[in-house]
Ligand binder design. Sequence first.
Ligand SMILES: O=C(O)CCC(=O)C(=O)O
Length: 265
Amino acid sequence: MNGTKLKVALVQMHVDAGEPDANFERAARKLEEAVGGETKPELIVLPEMWNTGYALERIEDIADQGGERAKGLLSAFAKTNRVRILGGSIAEKRADGVYNTTYVFDEGGELTDTYSKIHLFRLMDEEKYLQAGDRPGTLNAGAVQAGMMICYDLRFPELARKLALGGAKALFVPAQWPNPRLRHWRTLLTARAIENQMYVVACNRCGASGDTTFFGHSMIIDPWGEIVAEAGEAETILRGEIDPALVEAVRAKIPVFEDRRPSLY
Ligand SMILES: O=C(O)CCC(=O)C(=O)O
């Protein structure tokens, strides 16, 4: 660890809808690429639903039973490479249905945190095939206390504010955010960073699934709203650093959290 800063690497990758074997192979290859860069990251982030993509009509059959296959890959990789992983999210099969779930592993390969998407995206029929999580997601990313959201959750500012009030200095957002809503993506990510004076670290997929195309543009935005790093549309590993001291500095400069008037709204 560099002081209290945290080096992150975001895996912006293609996902084959309905092809878990191909996606597991790709994820393993991309994790190697992420950890093998010139500067070793301390935390690697994957995109949303990277195991199955949005093959929702077949999701009951192809979802990962108990998340065991994904947990096996991510835990072993984290332990072997001494790196934390925020495993994007996967289609996770449980007794009562399929959830869109994130796993976080520490550098010893231990599962430390999980989060299941709480807002299901009706434009893509998620509510017909998936179950919604029932609690917000938090994690300790090394020295950085953080929150997590999945894709559509980003449209709910109350959730980001709750996480910030709970102590989050960074917000991680795995996504499969498609065209034509790039402006929404960039604007909402930036707004969540500025209004909550925290880092926003967003890992989107790229490529196409049927008629749907995904623009990538994974981003790391600092608590002042400046873009630390932004990907283009192709597969890439996006790298950057989170500095919790900058969160404190921005919150001291414009003390939004002290000036809130929650009794009025
Ligand atoms: O809110 C959006 O525009 C995209 C959301 C989405 O694609 C998802 O939650 O999977």
